[in-house]
Design a binder for this molecule. Structure first.
Ligand code: NAI
Ligand code: MG
Length: 366
């Protein structure tokens, strides 16, 4: 099978880290491990400059036609003057919204070579491998009513509404259970059923789905506040965590600090499985366009390369190729390759290209 990959490098360091992914893609192709047809297009500020909008209709059509999308990053000081609806970030939001990307996957993985860069002690994080599955299109960020009103005494009242339906909970829980089967086979479902109705329904739907279709996966229910505590106390107890939009936002940011630098963190956003069995998917590093280091060959490309590995695994079912790419990242780090963001005092610092070369070399010798 030849897979259609749409590359959207975007702004700032986006094109720099994407260039390293292209080298990895080329090596996989030459080795006969995976066959890709890649297309490259503009998004974010780059698209604003060329088309006046951060995501052109033609680009969206390409995104729909692709088997998966890899995105670098969008935004930067150059575009602070453009209209709000045309700001670079709006291009990414339009992609997420149009492709109905409801499931956000954020792994928190601690490479042994970087365990000392964690916010926690080495023994607590060495070998850490958690996958946080966050619901991305529902919950309190989108629920209605959402408003600020003025009360008779002149003071104000703000309302945000947490809304979840059975269908929304069921589909995100499925993503988590399916992922768990490919990993450690354990799911922790996170909500607050002690004080929230949405938590009561969340727990009920997850429990029913588990009994009906996923009884082989180990399931535990964790209150969100306790989960935050456990992530700092004993993070390695978790395999897959599944939670709503708000809790997922907070818990995934906290978990990311267990692993070192922003430059190390990949992510995936998945849509629904269509009638033909395919699903829209966007893979991107967690970091932004890093204008402070853009154009200096200083960005860490590992989050972007790790996003490619997620794409191989979750969109294309190419577990072996994904393992090779992840393994090459591990080997490069073990061999001492460091960009500035993950360097310690005595390490020799590589640029973006140098780190890409180290990964390619490690890949070739695997
Ligand atoms: P940022 O993630 O771009 O940078 C934060 C800090 O981390 C900076 O000091 C940067 O140099 C460093 N950093 C980020 N990625 C790195 C990498 N791969 N290697 C080494 N160091 C790295 O976040 P910031 O500065 O808040 O935002 C900059 C721009 O990016 C803004 O326009 C923002 O809106 C946009 N942004 C875009 C995102 C996206 O495309 N998904 C996500 C977050 C921010
Ligand atoms: Mg956040």
């Amino acid at each position: 099978t030849t897979y259609k990959l749409l590359l959207l490098p975007g702004d700032g360091i986006g094109p720099e880290v994407m260039a390293e992914v292209e080298r990895v893609v080329a090596v996989l192709g030459e080795a006969g491990l995976a066959s890709f047809e890649t297309e490259t297009d503009l998004v974010g500020g780059a698209a604003v400059d060329a088309h006046g909008v951060p995501l052109a209709d033609a680009t969206l059509a390409r995104a729909r036609a692709a088997d998966a999308i890899l995105l670098g990053a969008v935004g930067g000081p150059k575009w602070t003057g453009v209209a709000y609806e045309n700001r670079p970030e709006a291009g990414l939001l339009r992609l997420r919204k149009d492709l109905l990307l409801f499931a956000n996957l954020r792994p928190a993985l601690c490479y042994p070579a970087l365990a000392d860069a964690s916010a926690l002690k080495r023994e607590l994080v060495e070998g850490l491998d958690i996958m946080i599955v966050r619901e991305l299109t529902g919950g309190v960020y989108f629920g209605e009513p959402k408003e600020i009103t003025t009360l008779p005494d002149g003071s104000k009242r703000a309302v945000d509404t947490q809304v979840y339906t059975t269908g929304e909970i069921d589909r995100i829980a499925r993503v988590a259970f399916d992922l768990a089967r490919k990993r450690g086979n354990r799911v922790a479902s996170v909500e607050k059923n002690n004080v929230m109705k949405s938590g009561v329904l969340w727990k009920e739907v997850v429990t029913q789905l588990h009994a009906a279709e996923y009884a082989d996966v180990e399931l535990e229910h964790v209150l969100a506040d306790n989960c935050a505590m456990q992530l700092v106390r004993r993070p390695k107890q978790y395999d897959v965590l599944v939670t709503d939009n708000l809790f997922g936002d907070i818990l995934s940011d906290a978990a990311s600090m267990l692993t070192g630098s922003l430059g190390m963190l990949p992510s995936a956003s998945l849509g629904e499985v269509g009638a033909d069995g395919t699903r829209a998917a966007l893979y991107e590093p967690v970091h932004g366009s890093a204008p402070d280091i853009a154009g200096k060959d200083a960005a860490n490309p590992l989050a972007m390369i790790g996003s490619l590995a997620m794409c191989l695994r979750y969109s294309f079912g190419l577990g072996e190729a994904a393992d090779l790419v992840d393994g090459a990242i591990t080997d490069a780090l073990a061999g001492g390759a460091r960009t500035r963001d993950i360097a310690s005092e005595d390490s020799k610092v590589l640029g973006t290209k140098g780190m890409g070369e180290a990964v390619v070399a490690a890949l070739k010798s695997r």
